[in-house]
Design a binder for this molecule. Structure first.
Ligand SMILES: C[S@@+](CC[C@H](N)C(=O)[O-])C[C@H]1O[C@@H](n2cnc3c(N)ncnc32)[C@H](O)[C@@H]1O
Length: 261
Protein backbone atom coordinates (compact mmCIF):
# COMPACT_ATOMS: atom_id res chain seq x y z
CA UNK A 1 0.00 0.00 0.00
CA UNK A 2 1.44 3.38 -0.94
CA UNK A 3 1.80 6.04 1.73
CA UNK A 4 -0.83 8.20 0.04
CA UNK A 5 -3.51 5.51 0.27
CA UNK A 6 -3.16 5.10 4.04
CA UNK A 7 -6.36 6.62 5.34
CA UNK A 8 -6.46 8.90 8.33
CA UNK A 9 -7.93 6.17 10.49
CA UNK A 10 -5.16 3.73 9.51
CA UNK A 11 -2.29 6.05 10.25
CA UNK A 12 -0.55 5.48 13.55
CA UNK A 13 -1.49 7.93 16.26
CA UNK A 14 1.02 10.70 16.73
CA UNK A 15 1.76 11.35 20.38
CA UNK A 16 4.33 14.08 20.78
CA UNK A 17 6.06 15.44 23.88
CA UNK A 18 7.97 18.71 23.58
CA UNK A 19 10.49 19.30 26.38
CA UNK A 20 11.45 22.99 26.61
CA UNK A 21 14.66 23.79 28.57
CA UNK A 22 15.34 20.07 28.43
CA UNK A 23 18.82 20.02 30.00
CA UNK A 24 19.68 16.37 30.57
CA UNK A 25 16.16 15.35 29.59
CA UNK A 26 14.94 14.48 33.07
CA UNK A 27 11.44 15.84 32.68
CA UNK A 28 10.70 13.93 29.47
CA UNK A 29 12.73 10.79 30.28
CA UNK A 30 9.68 8.58 30.86
CA UNK A 31 8.17 9.71 27.54
CA UNK A 32 11.48 9.03 25.78
CA UNK A 33 11.56 5.51 27.19
CA UNK A 34 8.14 4.72 25.78
CA UNK A 35 7.73 3.72 22.14
CA UNK A 36 4.38 5.45 22.00
CA UNK A 37 5.86 8.93 22.24
CA UNK A 38 7.99 11.10 19.98
CA UNK A 39 10.02 13.42 22.18
CA UNK A 40 11.46 16.72 21.01
CA UNK A 41 14.01 18.39 23.29
CA UNK A 42 14.99 22.06 23.18
CA UNK A 43 17.89 23.64 25.05
CA UNK A 44 20.50 26.24 24.17
CA UNK A 45 23.45 24.19 25.47
CA UNK A 46 24.88 22.06 22.70
CA UNK A 47 26.56 19.65 25.13
CA UNK A 48 23.16 18.42 26.27
CA UNK A 49 22.51 17.28 22.68
CA UNK A 50 18.97 18.61 22.36
CA UNK A 51 17.01 18.00 19.16
CA UNK A 52 16.91 21.75 18.74
CA UNK A 53 19.77 23.79 20.13
CA UNK A 54 18.28 27.25 20.38
CA UNK A 55 17.40 30.07 22.72
CA UNK A 56 13.73 29.55 23.57
CA UNK A 57 13.31 33.33 23.48
CA UNK A 58 14.03 33.26 19.75
CA UNK A 59 11.48 30.55 18.92
CA UNK A 60 8.12 30.87 17.23
CA UNK A 61 5.40 28.17 17.41
CA UNK A 62 6.09 27.35 13.75
CA UNK A 63 9.71 26.49 14.59
CA UNK A 64 8.56 23.79 16.98
CA UNK A 65 5.98 22.38 14.56
CA UNK A 66 8.63 22.37 11.84
CA UNK A 67 10.90 20.40 14.15
CA UNK A 68 8.11 17.94 14.91
CA UNK A 69 7.44 17.73 11.18
CA UNK A 70 3.66 17.88 11.52
CA UNK A 71 0.92 20.49 11.43
CA UNK A 72 -0.72 20.98 14.78
CA UNK A 73 -3.88 19.18 13.63
CA UNK A 74 -1.82 16.14 12.62
CA UNK A 75 -0.67 15.64 16.20
CA UNK A 76 -3.13 13.45 18.07
CA UNK A 77 -1.80 14.12 21.55
CA UNK A 78 0.55 16.97 22.35
CA UNK A 79 2.22 17.35 25.73
CA UNK A 80 4.56 20.25 26.50
CA UNK A 81 6.91 20.12 29.47
CA UNK A 82 8.94 23.15 30.49
CA UNK A 83 11.67 23.76 33.07
CA UNK A 84 12.69 27.40 32.73
CA UNK A 85 15.86 28.38 34.57
CA UNK A 86 15.16 28.96 38.25
CA UNK A 87 18.18 30.96 39.38
CA UNK A 88 16.45 34.34 39.41
CA UNK A 89 13.39 32.98 41.21
CA UNK A 90 15.31 31.16 43.92
CA UNK A 91 14.34 31.81 47.54
CA UNK A 92 17.94 31.05 48.49
CA UNK A 93 18.88 34.26 46.65
CA UNK A 94 16.31 36.44 48.38
CA UNK A 95 19.05 38.70 49.73
CA UNK A 96 19.52 39.99 46.18
CA UNK A 97 15.92 41.30 46.23
CA UNK A 98 15.37 40.43 42.62
CA UNK A 99 11.61 40.53 43.11
CA UNK A 100 9.43 42.80 45.21
CA UNK A 101 5.71 41.94 45.21
CA UNK A 102 6.25 39.88 42.08
CA UNK A 103 7.90 42.77 40.21
CA UNK A 104 11.41 42.13 38.83
CA UNK A 105 13.98 44.60 40.17
CA UNK A 106 17.05 43.75 38.12
CA UNK A 107 17.90 43.32 34.46
CA UNK A 108 18.54 39.59 34.95
CA UNK A 109 15.24 39.12 36.78
CA UNK A 110 13.41 40.93 33.95
CA UNK A 111 15.07 38.62 31.40
CA UNK A 112 14.02 35.58 33.42
CA UNK A 113 10.42 36.80 33.53
CA UNK A 114 10.40 37.51 29.79
CA UNK A 115 11.71 34.01 29.11
CA UNK A 116 9.00 32.37 31.22
CA UNK A 117 6.28 34.40 29.52
CA UNK A 118 7.70 33.60 26.11
CA UNK A 119 7.63 29.90 26.94
CA UNK A 120 4.04 30.28 28.17
CA UNK A 121 3.22 32.07 24.91
CA UNK A 122 4.64 29.19 22.86
CA UNK A 123 2.65 26.73 24.93
CA UNK A 124 -0.58 28.72 24.55
CA UNK A 125 -0.02 29.00 20.80
CA UNK A 126 0.60 25.28 20.40
CA UNK A 127 -2.54 24.54 22.40
CA UNK A 128 -1.28 21.26 23.85
CA UNK A 129 -3.63 18.66 25.31
CA UNK A 130 -1.60 18.83 28.50
CA UNK A 131 1.30 20.93 29.70
CA UNK A 132 3.38 21.05 32.85
CA UNK A 133 5.85 23.77 33.77
CA UNK A 134 8.05 23.15 36.79
CA UNK A 135 10.20 25.40 38.93
CA UNK A 136 11.55 25.05 42.45
CA UNK A 137 9.17 26.80 44.83
CA UNK A 138 10.26 30.44 44.80
CA UNK A 139 9.42 33.89 43.48
CA UNK A 140 7.91 32.63 40.22
CA UNK A 141 4.62 32.15 42.11
CA UNK A 142 4.50 35.88 42.70
CA UNK A 143 4.96 36.51 38.99
CA UNK A 144 2.67 34.02 37.24
CA UNK A 145 0.35 33.08 40.08
CA UNK A 146 -0.20 30.10 42.29
CA UNK A 147 0.85 26.74 40.88
CA UNK A 148 -1.57 24.03 39.90
CA UNK A 149 0.23 21.69 42.27
CA UNK A 150 3.29 21.44 44.49
CA UNK A 151 5.48 18.39 44.98
CA UNK A 152 8.63 17.56 46.90
CA UNK A 153 11.23 15.59 44.98
CA UNK A 154 12.00 13.16 47.82
CA UNK A 155 8.52 11.74 47.16
CA UNK A 156 9.80 10.85 43.69
CA UNK A 157 12.98 9.11 44.76
CA UNK A 158 15.60 11.75 45.63
CA UNK A 159 17.27 12.10 49.03
CA UNK A 160 16.58 15.86 49.05
CA UNK A 161 13.21 17.50 49.50
CA UNK A 162 13.32 20.31 46.90
CA UNK A 163 9.78 21.73 47.05
CA UNK A 164 8.76 22.25 43.43
CA UNK A 165 5.81 24.08 41.88
CA UNK A 166 3.97 22.71 38.86
CA UNK A 167 1.78 24.91 36.66
CA UNK A 168 -0.27 23.92 33.65
CA UNK A 169 -3.13 21.91 32.27
CA UNK A 170 -2.51 18.62 34.01
CA UNK A 171 -4.14 15.25 33.49
CA UNK A 172 -6.82 14.70 36.14
CA UNK A 173 -5.08 11.69 37.60
CA UNK A 174 -1.82 13.48 38.37
CA UNK A 175 -1.41 13.49 42.13
CA UNK A 176 0.98 15.86 43.87
CA UNK A 177 3.10 13.96 46.34
CA UNK A 178 4.71 16.13 48.99
CA UNK A 179 6.08 15.94 52.50
CA UNK A 180 6.86 18.47 55.22
CA UNK A 181 10.15 20.02 56.29
CA UNK A 182 11.89 17.77 58.79
CA UNK A 183 10.17 14.57 57.65
CA UNK A 184 12.35 11.47 57.56
CA UNK A 185 11.83 10.91 53.82
CA UNK A 186 14.63 13.33 52.90
CA UNK A 187 18.13 14.05 54.17
CA UNK A 188 18.29 17.64 52.88
CA UNK A 189 15.71 20.33 52.22
CA UNK A 190 17.12 21.38 48.85
CA UNK A 191 19.74 20.05 46.49
CA UNK A 192 22.06 22.86 47.60
CA UNK A 193 23.71 20.67 50.17
CA UNK A 194 24.82 18.58 47.23
CA UNK A 195 27.09 21.39 46.11
CA UNK A 196 24.85 24.41 45.64
CA UNK A 197 22.60 25.46 42.81
CA UNK A 198 25.66 25.92 40.65
CA UNK A 199 24.44 29.17 39.22
CA UNK A 200 23.74 31.40 42.17
CA UNK A 201 25.64 34.31 40.72
CA UNK A 202 22.92 34.75 38.14
CA UNK A 203 25.37 34.18 35.32
CA UNK A 204 23.91 32.05 32.56
CA UNK A 205 26.35 29.18 32.81
CA UNK A 206 24.91 25.70 32.60
CA UNK A 207 27.42 23.01 33.36
CA UNK A 208 26.71 19.28 33.28
CA UNK A 209 27.11 19.29 37.05
CA UNK A 210 24.45 21.95 37.64
CA UNK A 211 22.28 20.22 35.04
CA UNK A 212 22.56 16.94 36.98
CA UNK A 213 21.24 18.70 40.07
CA UNK A 214 18.43 20.37 38.11
CA UNK A 215 17.34 17.09 36.52
CA UNK A 216 13.70 16.23 37.16
CA UNK A 217 13.42 12.86 38.93
CA UNK A 218 12.41 9.93 36.78
CA UNK A 219 9.47 9.06 39.01
CA UNK A 220 7.93 12.50 38.46
CA UNK A 221 8.37 12.15 34.71
CA UNK A 222 6.70 8.72 34.94
CA UNK A 223 3.86 10.10 37.04
CA UNK A 224 3.11 12.75 34.41
CA UNK A 225 3.33 10.30 31.50
CA UNK A 226 1.18 7.67 33.22
CA UNK A 227 -1.50 10.20 34.16
CA UNK A 228 -1.55 11.55 30.60
CA UNK A 229 -1.86 8.06 29.12
CA UNK A 230 -4.58 7.14 31.59
CA UNK A 231 -6.61 10.17 30.55
CA UNK A 232 -6.09 9.48 26.84
CA UNK A 233 -7.23 5.89 27.28
CA UNK A 234 -10.09 6.70 29.66
CA UNK A 235 -11.25 10.19 28.82
CA UNK A 236 -13.59 11.78 31.34
CA UNK A 237 -17.27 11.65 30.35
CA UNK A 238 -18.33 14.84 28.63
CA UNK A 239 -20.06 17.21 31.02
CA UNK A 240 -23.77 17.34 30.18
CA UNK A 241 -25.26 20.82 30.15
CA UNK A 242 -28.35 21.45 32.27
CA UNK A 243 -30.40 21.49 29.07
CA UNK A 244 -29.01 18.16 27.88
CA UNK A 245 -29.41 16.64 31.33
CA UNK A 246 -33.06 17.62 31.30
CA UNK A 247 -33.67 16.12 27.86
CA UNK A 248 -33.93 19.60 26.35
CA UNK A 249 -36.82 20.65 28.53
CA UNK A 250 -34.67 23.29 30.25
CA UNK A 251 -33.99 25.03 26.95
CA UNK A 252 -34.31 28.81 26.96
CA UNK A 253 -37.72 29.93 25.81
CA UNK A 254 -39.57 26.98 27.34
CA UNK A 255 -41.23 28.41 30.38
CA UNK A 256 -44.64 26.94 30.90
CA UNK A 257 -45.65 23.46 31.91
CA UNK A 258 -47.37 23.12 28.51
CA UNK A 259 -44.17 24.14 26.70
CA UNK A 260 -42.26 21.38 28.43
CA UNK A 261 -44.64 18.57 27.56
C1 LIG B 1 16.30 23.70 35.16
S1 LIG B 1 17.35 23.21 33.87
C2 LIG B 1 16.37 21.97 33.06
C3 LIG B 1 16.42 20.61 33.68
C4 LIG B 1 15.73 19.58 32.85
N1 LIG B 1 14.30 19.73 32.86
C5 LIG B 1 16.08 18.16 33.31
O1 LIG B 1 15.22 17.51 33.92
O2 LIG B 1 17.18 17.71 33.03
C6 LIG B 1 17.17 24.57 32.77
C7 LIG B 1 17.74 24.36 31.40
O3 LIG B 1 17.36 25.47 30.61
C8 LIG B 1 18.37 25.75 29.70
N2 LIG B 1 18.16 27.16 29.29
C9 LIG B 1 18.29 28.25 30.06
N3 LIG B 1 17.95 29.34 29.38
C10 LIG B 1 17.60 28.93 28.14
C11 LIG B 1 17.14 29.59 26.97
N4 LIG B 1 17.00 30.92 26.94
N5 LIG B 1 16.85 28.86 25.87
C12 LIG B 1 17.03 27.51 25.89
N6 LIG B 1 17.46 26.83 26.96
C13 LIG B 1 17.74 27.53 28.08
C14 LIG B 1 19.66 25.47 30.44
O4 LIG B 1 20.71 25.14 29.55
C15 LIG B 1 19.25 24.29 31.33
O5 LIG B 1 19.61 23.08 30.72
Amino acid sequence: MSEQSVSDTDRPEKWVCVDLFSGLGGFSQAFAESERWDVITVDFVEDFEPDLCADVLDLRPADLLELIGLDRDEIDVLVVLASPPCTQFSLAASRYERFVDGEPQTEEARKAVALVYHALGLIRALSPDFWVMENPQGYLRQVIGDPTGRVTYCQYGTDYMKPTDLWGDHPRGLSYRSCSYGDACHEHNTDQEHGGLGNMSGLQSYTRDSAERAKVPKELSEAVRDAVEEEIENPPPEQATLVQADGGRNAPGLHTATDRQ
